[in-house]
Design a protein around this ligand. Structure first.
Ligand SMILES: [Zn+2]
Length: 92
């Protein structure tokens, strides 16, 4: 359970929603769908303590490269916009 009735940042109303959380550990990233309380006013996401513990567990597994139970999901790219050759993507 979330120990808040209202947003602790701004006092706004909270609504429970499923969100995608990006977790990083070492060079690896995992995407996880979890329930969170979202502030309708400022957009702050609040997670239950068990969910935060789960994040920590997954980050540690990413760091140690213990991927059993993780499904590969395409490739992950880091894009540096200043080095991006946009000309090569145009149709000649
Ligand atoms: Zn808020």
């Amino acid at each position: 359970m979330i120990p808040f009735d209202k947003c602790p940042i701004c006092g706004g109303e909270l609504e429970e929603r499923e969100v995608e959380k990006l977790l990083r550990g070492g060079d690896h990233t995992a995407v996880l769908k979890v329930q969170a309380e979202i502030c309708l006013h400022c957009g702050e996401r609040l997670y239950a303590i068990e969910t935060v513990k789960l994040f920590e567990n997954i980050r540690n597994r990413l760091k140690r490269e213990q991927f059993s139970g993780f499904l590969p999901l395409g490739r992950l790219f880091m894009v540096d916009a200043s080095n991006l050759d946009t000309a090569s993507a145009t149709d000649h």
